[in-house]
Design a protein around this ligand. Structure first.
Ligand code: CA
Length: 461
């Protein structure tokens, strides 16, 4: 059985319960502690790098602007030689991060030792100096690929602001369905189309029914959208028929990635009743290449959102003691091909925080396993579009360019976003690139960044 290690109260950032998160730790890699660095020595997110020349893939953690080859450190004996290393070695040798993620105690210990190797101080002798040069490679010299094998992908709907705004477009008098505040809503997505950041996204073809027409047509999607989401990557597995109690989710959570759940709104509007989204959602889902581990997020765990007014208390199995609100800043930037050609900086189109969500990641896991559904290491549980109450914190264009409903209850004409080139966008055009970023920061705590999740739209074929 998993045991709970969660503190009852938020951690004091300057005196963390986990010594690997101490804000004073420094690496001999100077870039780790450059202002604004996503990857200080306290973060050490897990990823898989591809050496394009040799076509070899290898498991790495990020530190500053370098990637650290874990297999090479193990081979060199730099991380010790015991049972932990034996288990880690077989996973690293096969570049299989899923095996590593399924063993939370092994990961915790491996992470601690890798951090020890990166800690500031003179290299011990000639061979250590050589190992530093070989095992720490510039990030720019490798290509980051998908950080694990995603066998299963579930997408939730955990932002009440998103649910309300989208609901208001279709049901102005009754935007929030009666089950929303009782049950975390989700559906099973498709894992085969989960791709690494940077993978080009082909505009999907599909069946739509244009407004005012009697019959549907087949053609290229005209309302292509992004969705800003946070993904939980599962670590320790639960067996078929067992549940993960809400205060024992710690080991189930290996870490977090950014997710862009690309969506074809016109296909969605025609196909979604009565079984929910299908081809409007499964043509591509981009994830960021770095899994920011639960240990690195620990200082940013705070009490989850309080229920307001006459909000119902969740049922017992969704009521936990451990704080699982996550203070994560998020933003979405957009560039068109014209903007890139003119050297114009990407334009920020959304700025939000994960604390706006109605359901916590602990509630999502407790609910997902409440019927005995097994979660596998590497499974991706995405939060659903992260939207706040302010218009500029809406995490997709469907909401961002919506201006409310008119007196007849129908949506008013959309107001497109104005780009610095004079172009405008209601939905995405070919050549547009969407960039998502996230980071945690607070005085006295190390800044923890997620890196980026990117994708450029290619014409339909
Ligand atoms: Ca979604």
């Amino acid at each position: 059985m998993p045991t709970s290690t969660a503190p009852a109260r938020p951690t004091d950032p300057s005196n963390p319960s986990d010594p690997t998160m101490h804000p004073d730790l420094r690496s001999w890699l100077p870039s780790a502690h450059a202002p604004g660095s996503d990857f200080p020595i306290q973060n050490l997110p897990l990823g898989i790098a591809l050496d394009q020349e040799s076509e070899a893939v290898f498991v790495v953690v990020a530190c500053g602007d370098h990637v650290i080859d874990l297999d090479m450190l193990v081979h060199a004996g730099a991380l010790g030689n015991d049972e932990t290393i034996e288990i880690a070695h077989s996973a690293l040798h096969m570049a299989n991060t899923n095996l590593l993620m399924a063993e939370p105690a092994v990961w915790r210990e491996l992470r601690r030792r890798v951090q020890g190797w990166l800690l500031d101080g003179p290299p011990g002798g000639q061979s250590s100096r050589r190992l530093r040069e070989k095992a720490a490679r510039p990030m720019a010299s490798v290509q980051m690929v998908e950080p694990c094998v995603v066998d299963n992908y579930t997408d939730f709907y955990a932002s009440i602001h998103h649910a309300r705004t989208v609901g208001a477009m279709f049901r102005p008098d009754n935007p929030l369905l009666p089950n929303y505040k009782h049950v975390p809503i989700g559906y099973h997505g498709r894992a085969s189309s989960v791709v690494a950041s940077g993978t080009p996204i082909t505009r999907p073809m599909g069946q739509t029914k244009p407004e005012g027409q009697d019959s549907p047509i087949f053609g290229a999607c005209k309302r292509l959208d992004y969705e800003l989401e946070l993904g939980v990557v599962i670590g320790k597995e639960n067996a078929l028929g067992t549940r993960v109690p809400i205060d024992e989710v710690d080991d189930s959570i290996f870490g977090f990635v950014l997710v862009n759940d690309w969506s074809a709104r016109d296909i969605q509007a025609w196909e979604y009743q009565p079984l929910g989204p299908f081809l409007s959602k499964n043509f591509a889902t981009s994830i960021s290449p770095w899994i920011v581990t639960r240990q690195a997020i620990e200082p940013y765990r705070v009490p989850g959102p309080a229920r307001q007014g006459d909000d119902p208390q969740p049922l017992e199995y969704l009521r936990g003691q451990a704080p699982w609100g996550l203070d994560i800043n998020l933003e979405v930037l957009l560039t068109s091909s014209a903007m890139r050609a003119q050297g114009v900086e990407p334009m920020r189109v959304c700025r939000g925080n994960f604390l706006e969500m109605y359901w916590t990641v602990a509630q999502l896991i407790a609910h997902h396993t409440s019927n005995g559904c097994p979660l596998l290491a590497g499974d991706l549980l995405a939060s659903g579009t992260i939207s706040g109450p302010a218009p500029d914190s809406r995490g997709c264009l469907l909401e961002r360019t919506w201006q409310g409903n008119g007196p007849d209850g129908k949506p008013l004409p959309r107001v497109p976003l104005a780009l610095p080139t004079g172009e405008s966008r209601t939905f995405l055009e070919d050549g547009d690139e969407v960039i998502m970023r996230a980071w945690c920061e607070r005085p006295g705590a190390p800044r923890i960044g997620f890196g980026e999740c990117r994708g450029i739209i290619q014409p339909a074929v």
